[in-house]
Each structure stands twice: as C-alpha cells, then as structure tokens.
Design a protein around this ligand. Structure first.
Ligand code: PXG
Length: 442
C-alpha cells in the first residue's frame, strides 16, 4: 500500500489541494519532508532531483543558508509593519535592488504577494494610468490564447487556458485575445526561438481596427509562455508587439513571473529579447519561492502620471496588507544577493547549450512529438493517448517521481525548469532518468 510508506499526517481529507487530482493524490500521497540544494527528500527517505525549481520558483536551489538566516533574523527583529502609510527599510532596499537589476527604464516597484496579484495590480494600474491622463475610455485589456496570468478574475480573463476559465462564468468584460504562437507544423524541434510566427503579432492591428485604439489600455503577454507548456516567442514577434503598442499608445505588459530572475540566463526576458515593456509582473524567483511575494515594475512615465493633486491624498487606491512584508523583503534581498554572489544567472547562461543538447537528445524516443528549449527551460511534448488526454504525461510524472526526479506536466507536455545552481552531472542525471521513463511509457 502506498500509504504505508508515507507516515506523517494521517488525515489528508481537510486540505483541498490546489491544481491537484485530490482523489488520486490522497490514495497515493507524494510527500516532501525536506530539501537541500538540488534535491528534495521524500517521507519514505528517498532523494528526488528537482527538475522544476519547485514550481518554477526556487531558482537559487533549496534551503540556501543566506536566505534562511535572513528570514530567521528578520522574524526576530521586525515581524510585521503596516503596509499603508508606514514603511520599514527593507521594503525600500528591495525595491531599489529590483530596480537596479531590471532593464533600464523600469523605475518603480509595487509589491504584491503572488504572481496572480501582480497581474491584477498591473491591469488596474494600466486602466487607472490612462484615466489619470484623461484617456478614461482606454479600458480594454488584450491577452493571448494559451496565456497564463494567474488565477484571479483579471488574470483568467486575459489568460487563454480554457480549463482555467470555463468553469468561472463570464469573467471581465472588454477583453480580447491575440492568437497563440504554437505552430508545430513549421516549428517542431526548434532549438531556441522558432523562425515562424512573427506575423501573429500583426493580429493586434486587427484588434485595434475592430475596437479602436482609443479604447485599449494594455496588452499582456508572457514573453515566453510557461504554464501552457513552454512556447517560445517566434523571432521578431515581441519586437512587433512592442512596435504596434507604441504606435497606438497601448501599454505593453510582460508577465515575467516565470522568466524573471535568471530563468533564461539574463535577469529578465526583456533583457534576453531586447524588448522593453511598460510594465513587468514578477513573483516566484523574487524570494526564491520561500516566502510569498510578487511585484509590478513600471516606467517613470506610468508612476509619475499618478503623482499629482494635493500631496496628502493617496495616489493609487490599491495595495495588500502584506505588500512589502518585512520577512518577504528580507528573503528577497538575501535571494538577490545569492543570485549575484553565486553568479547563478551566468551559470544558467553558461549551461544553456549543454542543457539544450541533453534535452534534444530525447528526440526519437517513443511518443515524443516536439521538444522546445531556452535558457534553463525545456519542454517535451508527448502524443496524447487517443481519448485520454493528459494521461500519458501524468503517468510519466508519477514514474519519474518513483525514479527520483521531479518534473511538471501540463496537458501532455513535460516542462523542465531546474534551479539555476544545477551542474552538468545533475543535467546528465535528470535526462538519464527522464529518458528511461519515456522509453518505458506505453
Ligand atoms: N503569471 C505567470 C506567467 C505565471 O507563470 C502566475 C502569473 C501566477 O502566479 P501565482 O504566484 O499567483 O501562482 C504564474 C504562475 C506550472 C505552474 O507548472 C506555473 C505557475 C504556477 C504554478 C505552476 O506551469 N505560474
């Protein structure tokens, strides 16, 4: 019995688990009880190589001493300070550190507690910004098919993942979607950015013609779409989006919740692709996933549009009890220091070609219909079992876990995103285990 080897909590019924097959899990639980560096420890005493940095967030690896100490110290020194009308030094320090790491032009940082909240915040700022400038008719928001922008109402409205939307009613009004950029017939097994698909950005001109530019506040996209199964932007695509947004006075928001903090080997995807948005949403790697925290980065032009009127008045009626929480801020500062001291973004960039070769060596294994990569991200798309979508990849996930490897699956796509501290031997271990799992799949 699987349960026998999982001592610990003996009642699993109360916890309604997020994005989880609850009944399957509770019949055969998978419990982590410890972690260090690149590995998790399971309740039955096994080591599992972390092929996903938790959920794309533990970019520095697990239980890193500097981060642990910073949290411990901060908890004992200043546990909480009111986020509204009061400050504490570390939130300001972290905002400056994030600004200094961000691409030129990102000047201000608004703290949230998650990627989902960062998205809601950015969308609200976009609409309010136009209104503050006297363009109150700009309220439409444009997302993209297959986009993932968290799970709150704004995020699922601009998002394009059907299962995340269809159960939840009519969502926000005034939203439209660009087409997704997945063109497997032309681009399958491309290494890095695909050649075909830049023209898909031109669809924004169609949307502008349909609604009128003067009604559109912002376009939000993931520069590299992670959750939907890792879709790289076609060459020239992001540049075109930028050009069309600028031409029509539409704000461009990059959702960098996954791509931020070194995943592509550069601090942010905006650096990697050389395209500057008007706002960026981040979370995950900001605190190494250790304490919940997110942020929205904006240009000076956006921030400054709000800084008018009498000085005693609140400029933006938005914020969270835990915006810039002291312990989260301390974790964020220690995380950014760890990235810098250990050269983790550079490590990701250096290892990316080795990673790419190892990943693409899986081509030709049973059921593999596409492989995609960039930085320390990889995806292996499997042919779905006829009539049973997701089952083949989920079986791979279960078997990989048994074999000592943590992977993520979405649909029939396996996504890989290890901590950026990975080395060559761990890359070999990861793909050795994964190829054995794939070879044994029905
Ligand atoms: N935007 C993007 C681009 C994301 O990837 C969010 C917003 C929401 O963040 P929060 O912190 O509210 O979860 C995300 C989150 C996966 C996976 O395996 C991806 C996410 C979360 C959990 C799993 O693809 N992305």
């Amino acid at each position: 019995m699987a349960l026998d080897r999982n001592p610990g909590p003996n009642d699993l019924s109360a916890f309604w688990m997020p994005f989880t097959a609850n009944r399957q899990f509770k019949k055969s639980p998978r419990m982590f009880v410890g972690a260090e560096g690149m590995y998790y420890k399971t309740s039955d005493g096994r080591e599992v190589l972390d092929g996903t940095a938790g959920l794309w967030c533990c970019n520095a690896g697990h239980c890193r001493p500097k981060i642990t100490e910073a949290i411990q110290k901060q908890a004992a020194e200043l546990d909480y300070a009111p986020a509204f009308q009061m400050g504490h030094p570390k939130a300001f320090e972290l905002a400056s550190a994030v600004r200094d790491m961000a691409p030129e032009g990102m000047e201000h940082v608004f703290f949230t507690n998650s990627g989902s909240e960062s998205v809601e915040t950015a969308l609200k700022i976009a609409i309010a910004y136009h209104r503050a400038r006297g363009e109150g008719a700009r309220t439409r928001l444009i997302g993209r098919e297959r986009g993932y922008h968290g799970v709150n109402f704004g995020g699922i409205s601009v998002g394009g993942i059907v299962n995340n939307r269809k159960m939840f009613g009519t969502l926000l009004a005034g939203v439209d979607h660009l087409p997704h950029t997945h063109l497997p017939a032309q681009n399958a097994f491309t290494r890095g950015q695909p050649e075909h698909g830049a023209h898909l950005a031109d669809d924004l001109e169609r949307i502008v013609a349909l609604h009128g530019a003067e009604t559109i506040a912002a376009v939000i996209v993931e520069p590299m779409a992670g959750s939907t199964g890792v879709l790289m932007p076609p060459r020239g695509y992001l540049e075109k989006l930028r050009e069309i947004c600028t031409k029509h006075g539409i704000l461009l928001i990059f959702d960098e919740v996954i791509t931020g903090f070194g995943r592509l080997g550069s601090p942010f995807a905006a650096d990697h692709f050389g395209v500057l948005p008007d706002m960026m949403t981040v979370a995950k790697g900001l605190t190494n996933g250790v304490i919940p925290m997110g942020a929205v980065l904006t240009t000076a032009a956006i921030h400054d549009a709000f800084m008018q009127g009498p000085e005693h008045l609140i400029e933006l009626f938005h914020g969270y009890t835990y915006s810039g929480n002291p312990i989260a801020s301390a974790a964020g500062l220690a995380t950014l220091e760890t990235y810098r001291e250990e050269g983790l973004f550079e490590n990701a960039a250096r290892l990316a070609p080795y990673w790419e070769d190892a990943l693409h060596s899986l081509k030709g294994l049973p059921h593999v219909i596409d492989i995609r990569n960039m930085g320390l991200i990889g995806a292996v798309e499997l042919e779905p079992i006829a009539g049973e979508p997701t089952k083949r990849a989920f079986t791979a996930f279960l078997n990989a876990y048994e074999a000592g490897l943590l992977i993520r699956t979405t649909g029939d796509i396996i996504a890989l995103s290890p901590p950026l501290m990975i080395d060559r031997s761990q890359i070999d271990e990861l793909f050795g285990k994964l190829s054995a799992v794939l070879k044994a799949l029905d």
